[in-house]
Design a protein around this ligand. Sequence first.
Ligand code: LLP
Length: 463
Amino acid sequence: MSRSAHPAGPRHADVLPEGHYSAPPADLNTLDPKVWSQTVTRDGDGVATVGGIDVKTLAEQYGTPAYVLDEADFRARARAWRTAFGHDADVFYAGKAFLSRAIVRWLHEEGLNLDVCSGGELATALSAGMPADRIAFHGNNKSTEEITRAIENGVGRIVLDSFQEIVRVAHIARELGKRQRVQIRITVGVEAHTHEFIATAHEDQKFGIPLAGGQAAEAVRRALQLDSLEVIGIHSHIGSQIFDMSGFEVAAHRVVGLLKDIRDEHGVELPEIDLGGGLGIAYTSDDDPREPHEIAKALTEIVSRECDAAKLRTPRISVEPGRAIVGPTAFTLYEVGTIKPLDGLRTYVSVDGGMSDNIRTALYDAEYSVALVSRTSDAEPVLARVVGKHCESGDIVVKDAFLPADLAPGDLIAVPATGAYCRSMASNYNHVLRPPVVAVADGESRVIVRRETEEDLLRLDVG
Ligand code: LLP
């Protein structure tokens, strides 16, 4: 993920250290639309605004840190995916990226389905009125209780992840007197070009049933024999934050190959395939993600081409984007605290959150950008590292970024593209309270997930 140090010339320090940065941008005040949500701009005073509201007002009203989510942008991205895939395909938003009841309602209104992977996500989806038949239930170790609840509520599909689960789900469905629609998740043996912890289609990991050695074919053979299961298709998810479509191409080729083998052996043409999620977004101006319509066109063409070659009816395709829908829609708003310039190295800028609201930098070596948003500045750029308030030196939010030399405590800075896997992976480390999610649209703001309080912490601690 790293880029080499760029000969940026003397700035703040004479020699810039090795790092993950390019040259300082020509203008630190520009908010690149690639990484900021669609309605973000600066007002006449240079204060950043989103959905028509300026960030100083948001900070006063809701405090910092806060995740600020651009509802119009979320809806536009959800709609773009829906429209791109049309009526012959289904888009399941991956709730693990970020889920709340408002999100579920927006998805429902925009015609998307929902992928959940735990009882908690299922409860959130159902409580906000997502019709159960539009929910897919995932997970490599679903509990008996979760499977029972999913079947009782009538979820549209359960994605089976192991041989044991085939038997378990079949048994529970039979006990409940139901026939459950299922897909079988396979690993196609693709090395996705992404961080090792978020690649999922190679064989040496916990998800899915390997295609290799005929295991996936055996899983289908067993599932087809069980009356309480209706096998509707094959599922493959190759990983996350992927830009290169070639991994999907190989996956589609191998999934269709399995469909052909199933047709030849059982005389059954399974009607659906799910190619998972994983499409990358821009975290910095150097990233170039694909548009949903390009992705839809590429995936649909690959599948029909492979099916034509195998003389199969083209199955209904589904996809499960999470990050690509919600990631770019939010930024995290922080207040600057301590500033520590380290000569010859960089300036450490501490904010009032950190690895508890964004673990991705520490966990995946992720790259983010950052900007001063409560004002503009013409001061020279200095190489900065944005760090949190946790008792850990790995508590880094943005590894390397340029911020203006006149940055001062009390300024507001914001980290864009934090809509996915930040609030959903947030923790209480050091008993730091998890920030709220504030939704903004058309000049109005509202809390959709409130800030955690010390009472919340103490309520769980039963003494
Ligand atoms: N479908 C399945 C079966 C998945 O496992 C995932 C993500 C998705 C869809 C959605 O992937 P997306 O479109 O959001 O990339 N915490 C990591 C990402 C883990 C992804 C896990 N599965 C991160 O922060 O990068």
